[in-house]
Write a new protein. Structure first.
Length: 263
């Protein structure tokens, strides 16, 4: 069962990364890809996960953050991998970082996936039938006790994020925790009210597993143009913007506010 395989790999990978935390030299830059850098720890995490996936003997093509696309002849699956989401947190001793693996069939259907919190060992997984936390099926998602908003933006996007936040009625608290996969899951497990990213920097590898987990608990991530987000299975690619909230009325207000922005 693919989910069981991924849960096992997540346990091994997060344990390995906890053991690597704080070691000298893991922050050394090996290269760049787009606006991001590959550090020693990123490559070590990727190599570890790919080795474990290869050991399964499953015919899998990889789309992975540091290396890109690794094709295998006769692949029946595509794995979209972020070996270390929240690497800045990880390198600075901030315990909010994860490994993320999402597996699709060759026809593009989600099969199973995992997001593993590195420092706590907590897992969020899904398969074709449902979503699971620490292996226990999620039957329903509770309403957030507090209106916590997780906005991702940069200096060039201040106008856009102001427009989005203006659509929220009443009081709320903001957080920006630095690991998009886990931040999305805060919304989809009933602990936050809204996740929104307007940076035009998020990538498919960052959110593939979280997106599919959210879908399994009936919280659908959308783009700010109101479209369902489709994960690119050919290469590492940018997801321009993302909106995740269980509040459909808030979604509609944000989409209207976004549409009203001058082009």
């Amino acid at each position: 069962m693919m989910r069981t395989v991924l849960e096992r790999i997540s346990v091994e990978a997060t344990k390995y990364l906890r053991e690597m935390s704080g070691r000298e030299g893991i922050d050394r830059v090996l290269g760049t890809h787009g606006d991001d850098t590959t550090k020693v720890i990123d490559k070590l995490a990727e190599d570890f996960i790919l080795e474990k996936l290869n050991e399964t003997g499953l015919p899998i093509t990889y789309v992975t953050e540091e290396t890109g696309t690794i094709r295998k002849e006769g692949s029946e699956y595509v794995a979209v991998i972020d070996p270390l989401d929240g690497s800045t947190n990880f390198l600075n001793g901030i315990t909010w970082a994860a490994v993320s693996i999402s597996v699709y069939s060759s026809n593009g259907a989600p099969v199973a996936g995992i997001v593993g919190e590195i420092f706590s060992g907590k897992t969020y997984s899904y398969d074709e039938t449902g979503a699971y936390i620490n292996g226990e099926r999620v039957e329903r998602v509770s309403t957030p006790k507090q209106r916590i908003v997780l906005p991702y933006f940069d200096r060039s996007r201040l106008r856009e994020i102001t427009q989005v936040l203006s659509a929220i009625e009443g009081n709320y608290k903001t957080r920006n925790l630095g690991a998009a996969s886990l931040d999305m899951l805060l919304v989809c497990t009933g602990r936050a009210y809204l996740f929104v990213d307007v940076r035009n920097k998020l990538r498919n590898v960052d959110i593939a597993s979280s997106l599919n987990f959210c879908e399994k608990v009936n919280i659908s991530p959308f783009s700010l143009e109101g479209k369902r987000i489709r994960i690119d299975l050919e290469k590492v690619s940018v997801v321009k913007n993302v909106l995740v909230t269980p509040d459909s009325s808030l979604s509609q207000r944000i989409l209207s506010a976004w549409k009203a922005l001058p082009s």
